[in-house]
Design a protein around this ligand. Structure first.
Ligand SMILES: [Zn+2]
Length: 54
């Protein structure tokens, strides 16, 4: 399954702010996500990112 920038995804684990929805802001070798709850941005290696997305 492919992912694209701007897509909203849910993760298995909630962010400490209580939200589990993230906007994808970068795809590639690394994925970048922005938390829709608090705006926090995280970057993860693709392999790990694909594992945490529901
Ligand atoms: Zn958050």
């Amino acid at each position: 399954m492919g992912y694209e920038v701007g897509q909203i995804v849910k993760t298995k684990k909630k962010h400490p702010c209580g939200s589990n929805e993230w906007e994808i802001i970068r795809v590639g070798v690394d994925f970048k996500f922005k938390c829709l709850g608090c705006g926090h941005i995280v970057m993860l290696p693709r392999e790990k990112a694909l594992k945490i997305i529901k």
